[in-house]
Design a protein. Structure first.
Length: 114
């Protein structure tokens, strides 16, 4: 699966600029997460038109990368994520980051390995 990794300065208005560009292009955000430091943030997005979103952001001077991530579909019940991650750990998978969301009644666990 492809994810957009967008680099944003930690200043007012940078996130809304990205969101407005995606809105104007009729791109649906399915999941997103923000990780920040003192000077910048990384806004990670799963969307319905990843390649199109990438081009629009690039054309508008936004620092963006396409990143390969893995996604596991989970049952929407307690313990599903813990069981999935335990299996990854048993296989020696080193997770750099992860996030999760619900989609069509299923849990989705998105992760990137080191």
């Amino acid at each position: 699966m492809k994810q957009l990794s967008i680099f944003l300065e930690n200043k007012q208005g940078t996130l809304i600029q990205v969101l407005n560009l995606l809105k104007e292009a009729n791109i649906q955000i399915i999941a997103s997460t923000v990780a920040d430091t003192a000077e910048y943030g990384i806004y990670r997005i799963i969307c319905d038109q990843t390649e199109h979103a990438y081009l629009i952001l690039k054309e508008n001077g936004i620092a963006v990368n396409l990143t390969d991530v893995s996604c596991i579909e989970l049952d929407d019940k307690p313990g599903s994520a813990a069981n999935a991650i335990a299996q990854l750990v048993e296989q020696g998978v080193n997770i750099a980051y992860l996030y999760s969301f619900l989609f069509n009644g299923k849990g989705m666990l998105v992760y990137r390995t080191r």
